[in-house]
Design a protein around this ligand. Sequence first.
Ligand code: SF4
Length: 212
Amino acid sequence: MHWVKKWYWQCMAREAVDIFNKKGYDARYAEDTEEAKKIILDLIPEGSSVAVGGSMTLDAMGLVDIFRTDKYKFFERFKTSGYAETYQVYRQSFLADFLVTGSSAITRNGEIVNTDSSGNRAAGIILGPERVIIAVGANKLVDDLPAAFDRIKKVAPQNAKRIGHHCPCVETGYCVNCDHPESVCNATSIIHNGRKHPGRYTVVIIAEELGL
Ligand code: SF4
């Protein structure tokens, strides 16, 4: 990465950490994915049960394979016989010790915004697992909720393509506000601050451009 790009993401990440700590979250700065991975693993005691949201940022850290080892009890949502089984894993995941996930967007008002196909991430972040760890690249920081929704609609077609859905935007590359059964935009959650359950949310903000 060009040094001036790195400088830019460092500035964005530092700003976001400051905002999120003021809004009642436990926000941490990570220079890169290696440092973020260490922060996350240090937070999760061995023996914990762990659920994850689908996330290219987590993929970049190789965390899912670590959670599959016998050090953790992993809610295996990726190797199921089909959606009916996946859905049961999603429901059981609400009782996990930890949810580790990326996020669609974070805002300069300290909001965490997620739009999902199934709602497992959106719902779990609100009130599911005991602890929630959200890892995001600094590129996920936007000004406000309208900008977050713009961002979500811009990247959702790429996500739909990535995970093999057959909604209209995989043909167009842009959102057509579909009403399709394979839409990836069925549930949205907004966390406004971390004050209701102090210590529940850790937001790891990485000084890199990650995910879509
Ligand atoms: S609403 Fe439909 S068309 Fe728009 S991004 Fe979501 S899945 Fe694609």
